[in-house]
Write a protein of this length. Structure first.
Length: 277
């Protein structure tokens, strides 16, 4: 079966007038760039918001690349069917193992077999939670293949056969994996060197050290009767750092007790200790 080439979304030049949809033009693969290969029934969903702002500029500069593989082109018969009724009955449809296998084999072309260098991931609400640590790990790989599910999911046999890792963005269900894939790619790509203007900012944001980020403020100093905290205007860097650490601990303890317990365990702290947070 002859299949159309996957779309590559790397570009070498961008203009202020270019719209996100223009980033879907085919371009040659950029050698050496971190690459996301996305298997999807809706390739036109990409790059979406990934083509905007810093990630879009980095895509344009060749710091990373994006390829979409249209699952429909691997379909069966005249209508390119990709799904069938679930075995044992039930609502919805299930993506067929043989169809998904063709797409995965095509996506694997030219990629390393070592999954540490090239993870293969299925976006699924039953997968393990996606975290900042995983994003950091994947940003250091050569690239990633993402399988976007639809309907009632994917035949389990193809996931087992290819050793596909299941990952979830949270305890909720989307109509498909495309939005989740964009979120995962964004979280990973922004950790690639030079993608963000100030890479140091990734070291102080939420989850970078296991805590939520402290509150941020900017001008005007007084707004609707609310002041910027005096310490942030003091110019005393040590006191500012202490304030931010205290606020980060307070917010984490209040809003994410699971993270707080994990952080305390890693730092030999009692999670119930009263430190006037």
């Amino acid at each position: 079966m002859t299949l159309p080439p996957a779309k590559s979304h790397g570009r070498l030049k961008i203009q202020a007038s270019v719209k996100p949809r223009d980033l879907l033009e085919e371009r040659p693969q950029l050698v050496g760039a971190w690459t996301a290969k996305v298997i999807t029934l809706f390739p036109d969903a990409f790059p979406g918001t990934l083509g905007l702002s810093l990630t879009g500029k980095a895509l344009d500069m060749g710091l990373w690349a994006l390829e979409t593989l249209d699952l429909r082109t691997f379909g069966q018969g005249k209508h390119r069917n990709v799904d069938d009724n679930p075995a044992g009955g039930g609502a919805g449809m299930v993506l067929r193992a043989d169809i998904v296998a063709r797409a995965l084999r095509m996506a694997a072309t030219g990629t390393p077999a070592d999954r540490a260098r090239w993870p293969v991931v299925y976006l699924s609400p039953r997968g393990k939670p996606f975290t900042q640590a995983i994003a950091r790990e994947w940003s250091q790989a050569d690239g990633i293949t993402l399988l976007c599910g639809r309907f009632e999911g994917v035949d389990q046999r193809v996931l087992d056969h290819f050793g596909v890792e299941e990952v979830s963005l949270g305890d909720f269900v989307l109509t498909g994996g495309e939005i989740a894939a964009q979120g995962l790619i964004d979280a990973t790509v922004r950790l690639i060197p030079r993608v963000l203007g100030n890479q140091h900012s990734t070291e102080e944001e939420s989850f970078s050290d296991g805590l939520l980020e402290a509150p941020q403020f900017t001008r005007p100093v007084l707004w609707e009767g609310r002041d910027i905290p005096d310490v942030l205007q003091s110019g005393h860097h040590a006191k500012i750092a202490d304030w931010r650490r205290t606020e980060a601990e307070r917010l984490t303890k209040e809003r994410r007790p699971d993270l707080w317990r994990a952080w305390c365990a890693a730092h030999s702290r009692d999670p119930d200790e009263d430190r006037e947070l």
